[in-house]
Ligand binder design. Structure first.
Ligand code: SF4
Ligand code: SF4
Length: 375
């Protein structure tokens, strides 16, 4: 009698290479109220924030997985009293540590504590180069002066300095002054980053979106400065998708390189993914970082297998990974479609319609506040 063998089991896909970076959103608290903040409209309340011991465990797990860099962000990460302790743990685990801060609370004491903890890098954000406008956009009087002092402290501590300017229709004409300021401070790097329209940015899109002419002018200024400052200062430039022909490679592809953890512990492929319905995102209170990385939510749009046409047969599919899932959902109501920022998307006309808003007078800002929507 011949033996009956069961059919061979389907091959188990090999585990995905470990994440390169961990984005630790420690809190949604922030002394500023920028109307383009990428935090979700429903901000995590203080009481829901992860306690230090969970963050420390997550940092140890990241080190064990081979994560190379950790970005402490928020909200304002300096609002967490345990920040220096978390930096220390990450540095001890051999992870490159970066803090993304508004700088308004980076006083001498905070700077010394971070330096002692082994911080590698601090990225300081500005709302504008014009002090009055800077303070108006952030909703915080005196913010510019505090940021300027924070830049000196970072320099004084011997750390590399990266400045970040967020560009929108009210300050797009001042990019040259921003670059001159970064040069004056001898920053190693400056980011000229147009607003990305998620979270509060999407809510305030009509008040923020620059015209195509403004975008082209800022691009010309950046290109000329790159030529002039080659070898002296790196200039990163991020454009808004609304005037683009192809989408950006959001986060280097869904769950390809980063894990983002919200203040309440939700593990996300990017900070905006919390807006997507139909997901059961794992929480690091319940599971390890390695389990997060192989979870169904992280695998759903990883790679190219999920792609519809026109992405499926496009030669850019492993360059931009079909664009941004959150933008596809925000504009089209379906995260599984081609990002409408792409000219090849049948719904690309919706982006052009939205871009037309930029020619109309700007409405008032809706400022970001914890718990309430305030105009
Ligand atoms: S964008 Fe503005 S409000 Fe949002 S976290 Fe950064 S500094 Fe705070
Ligand atoms: S069709 Fe898809 S893969 Fe091709 S460029 Fe557009 S978004 Fe990218």
């Amino acid at each position: 009698m011949s033996k009956i063998f069961p059919p061979p089991a389907p091959p188990v896909p090999p585990p995905h290479p470990p994440p390169m970076g961990l984005i630790a959103e420690l809190t949604h608290r922030c002394p500023l109220q920028c109307p383009y903040c990428s935090n979700p409209l429903a901000l995590d309340p203080v009481a829901s924030e992860l306690p230090s011991e969970v963050w420390l465990r997550v940092i140890d797990e990241a080190a064990a997985m081979g994560v190379l860099q950790i970005h402490f962000t928020g909200g304002e990460p300096l609002a967490r009293r345990d920040l220096a302790g978390l930096v220390y743990r990450a540095a001890k685990g051999g992870i490159y540590t970066n803090i993304i801060t508004s700088g308004v609370t980076l006083d001498d004491r905070a700077m010394a504590a971070l330096k002692d903890a082994g911080i590698d890098h601090i990225q300081l954000s500005f709302q504008d180069i014009d002090p009055t406008e800077n303070d108006r956009i952030g909703g915080y009087k005196g913010a510019f002066a505090k940021k300027r002092a924070a830049a000196d402290r970072i320099r004084g501590a011997g750390l590399p300095l990266t400045l970040n300017f967020v560009i929108q229709r009210h300050n797009a004409g001042r990019v040259a002054e921003m670059l001159a300021f970064a040069e004056l401070l001898q920053a190693e790097r400056v980011e000229i980053a147009h607003v990305q329209y998620y979270g509060w940015g999407l809510k305030n899109r009509a008040a923020l979106l620059p015209t195509r002419a403004q975008l082209e002018d800022s691009t010309n200024v950046v290109e000329a400065a790159r030529e002039r400052l080659r070898g002296k200062m790196v200039i990163d430039y991020v454009v808004p998708d609304y005037h683009a022909a192809r989408p950006k490679s959001c986060m280097g592809g869904w769950a390809q390189r980063f894990i983002n953890i919200s203040p309440a512990g939700k593990a996300l492929p990017c900070h905006a993914a919390e807006s997507l319905p139909g997901f059961d995102f794992p929480n690091v209170r319940d599971v390890s970082l390695a389990q997060v990385w192989e979870s169904e939510a992280f695998r759903r749009y990883r790679g190219t297998g999920w792609m519809p046409e026109p992405c499926r047969s496009c030669d850019r599919r492993e360059l931009d990974w079909g664009g941004c899932r959150c933008q596809a959902f925000a504009i089209l109501g379906d995260a599984g479609l081609t990002d409408p920022a792409c000219e090849l998307s049948p719904q690309h006309y919706l982006m052009a319609e939205a871009a037309a808003e930029s020619a109309a007078p700007a409405p008032a800002f809706v400022y970001r506040r914890l718990g309430v929507l305030v105009s």
